[in-house]
Design a protein around this ligand. Structure first.
Ligand code: LLP
Length: 431
């Protein structure tokens, strides 16, 4: 099994957090997102504890809501001592609706509108991660109107390629996020920010990419940020107190993916930071990290009912399921690998090679190609693992399919956290 929270019961059914997935699908319907809350909590604790143990005081993880965002998640994050990265007023609204404290929100986005800025300021968002000059000016103006001084981090691009997919790689220079260090623009960005009366510049943010399996690219980012910070200290007398290194630690979609030892990587990062600061005589900044995927991906799985098998003779066999790119667009977008299990027939030989197709009117609507399953028929149940991140949040209503429900599993009990959409929901905004 890919993870230790999965099992097989004596009926040959897949279990998650000790619960029978076949029963879950019967009770809550399919497709169904299942999220193992115990696992989410464990993943949070791994970060919280390792960061407290190894990194400078006040370092902390901020959960990246782009990976998963619904009301019921935020109390869990708060209880586990996480902050949160939010990228839109909608994410802010969701976090606040979940009772999350506004001062632990870090507001991202490369194009925050004046309305977004006003919304975040009026709701007391703790820190803005400012992406560009225009935002700097707009935020300073809006903070002035409210008689506020707003904490900010400035987003810079260190120009690192951590060898991940182009589409999810944001640390390189040529991208729409942040201001590049190498061209000299970032130094001017900081200088401008320091002249703004209503902004309190705490430090820098950089995000280098996703699915990163070792500490090295983060250490490279620290080196670049430290050089940059040291230069600014000399030129402007400004000392950055916070480095936010973004998200990106990888997860296992398949058995062949490496296991990331998060505490060991955080320790390596901490050692690297300490040495770098010592060498430069730079005061240790606190470190923020923004894990999304590595908090929720492996806690989630999706259950689908099989519609049937279709073999194109001389080509391949398709297995159709009652969801697809609408609840998980990641194979269509990135050819992302997944592990697929026959949830109600776990003990049968997997000798049928097939491609899992969704139900959308689009030939790219595939969940996975060339995987091995038993021969399955109508109403069998399959489980796609590691769907806790970037599935629910990237879902759509293409073909007017209703979004699935999301069930949270904790200590052997399941509770509905997001109900399934209804046809009435589909037309709720139609006038
Ligand atoms: N912080 C920032 C500024 C980010 O841009 C991201 C992800 C994260 C944190 C969280 O990174 P994580 O720990 O989850 O890797 N839709 C793509 C992923 C896009 C990630 C974009 N930024 C996918 O489904 O793989």
């Amino acid at each position: 099994m890919l993870y230790d929270n999965l099992g097989i019961n004596d009926q040959g059914h897949l279990t998650v957090g000790g619960l029978d997935t076949v029963r879950l699908a019967e009770k809550f319907g399919a497709p169904l997102y299942v999220l193992d809350e115990d696992r989410v909590r464990e993943n949070c604790r791994t970060y919280v504890q390792a960061m407290a143990q190894y990194l400078p005081e006040h370092s902390m993880p901020l959960f990246a809501g782009k990976a998963l965002c619904f009301k019921g998640l935020y109390p869990v994050l708060e209880e586990e001592g996480m902050g949160a990265d939010v990228v839109s007023p909608g994410e802010i609204y969701t976090a606040l609706a979940g009772g999350f404290p506004a001062d632990k929100l870090y507001f991202h986005g490369n194009n925050k509108t004046d309305e977004d800025i006003a919304y975040a300021l009026d709701n007391g968002v703790g820190c803005f991660i400012v992406d560009n000059h225009q935002e700097l000016e707009a935020l300073d103006r809006a903070a002035a109107q409210r008689g506020k001084r707003q904490r900010v981090l400035l987003r810079v691009t260190p120009g690192i390629d951590p060898h991940t997919l182009q589409a999810i790689n944001t640390g390189r220079i040529d991208c729409q996020f942040g201001v590049p260090i190498e061209t000299g623009q970032a130094a001017r960005f900081v200088a401008a920010a320091l002249t703004m009366e209503h902004l309190e510049v705490e430090g820098f943010h950089s995000h280098i990419g996703s699915q990163i399996f070792e500490a090295e690219p983060f250490c490279d980012a620290v080196d670049i940020l430290l050089d940059f910070a040291q230069g600014l200290r000399q030129d402007l007398g400004f000392v950055a107190r916070t480095f936010n290194l973004g998200g990106g630690f990888g997860v296992r979609y398949r058995d062949s993916d490496p296991v990331v030892d998060i505490p060991a990587n955080i320790q390596a990062l901490a050692d690297h930071l300490t040495q770098g600061c010592l060498a430069k005589g730079y005061p240790l900044p606190r470190i923020l990290l923004e894990p999304g995927r590595s908090i929720v991906a492996d806690a989630g799985l999706t259950l689908y009912r099989v519609g049937g098998e279709k073999t194109i003779e001389g080509y391949r066999s398709y297995l159709t399921v009652n969801g697809g790119m609408t609840d998980n667009p990641r194979y269509a977008l990135y050819q992302s690998p997944y592990t697929v299990l026959p949830a109600n027939r776990m003990q049968e030989p997997r000798d049928f090679v097939c491609t899992i197709a969704g139900r959308c009117c689009e030939s790219g609507d595939l969940i996975q190609e060339n995987i091995s399953l038993p021969h399955l028929g109508r109403d069998d149940l399959i489980a796609v693992l590691t769907t806790g991140a970037y599935n629910f949040t990237m879902a759509s209503n293409y073909n007017r399919l209703c979004r699935p429900a999301l069930v949270m599993v904790r200590q052997g009990k399941a509770r509905l956290a997001v109900r399934r959409q209804t046809f009435a929901d589909l037309v709720a905004c139609d006038l």
